[in-house]
Design a protein. Structure first.
Length: 78
C-alpha cells in the first residue's frame, strides 16, 4: 500500500474515534517517532565512531593474553 493512501485511510479512521482514543494514538505515534529518532542517532554515532581515528592505537597494541592463558573454557551445554 502506498504511503499517502495509508496515511489518508488512517486519518479517516481516526476521525471516527472518541477523544480518549485519539490521545492514545497520539502518544503512541510520539513514542514511535522518538524510537525512530533514537535509532537514527545511534546509527549516526556508530558511523562517526567508525570514521574516527580515536581508537587506532589499539591496532598497534600487543596482545596481553592468548588462548593458552585461559584456565577454563566456556561450554554452552553446561
Amino acid at each position: 500500500m502506498e504511503r499517502e493512501t495509508l496515511i489518508k485511510q488512517t486519518f479517516e479512521q481516526m476521525k471516527r474515534l472518541p477523544d480518549y482514543k485519539l490521545k492514545a494514538i497520539s502518544e503512541y505515534v510520539e513514542f514511535l517517532s522518538c524510537k525512530v529518532d533514537d535509532e537514527l542517532l545511534l546509527e549516526n554515532i556508530k558511523e562517526l565512531a567508525m570514521q574516527s581515528h580515536s581508537f587506532e592505537f589499539l591496532n598497534e597494541e600487543e596482545d596481553l593474553y592468548s588462548v593458552s592463558d585461559v584456565k577454563e573454557r566456556y561450554n554452552e551445554k553446561g
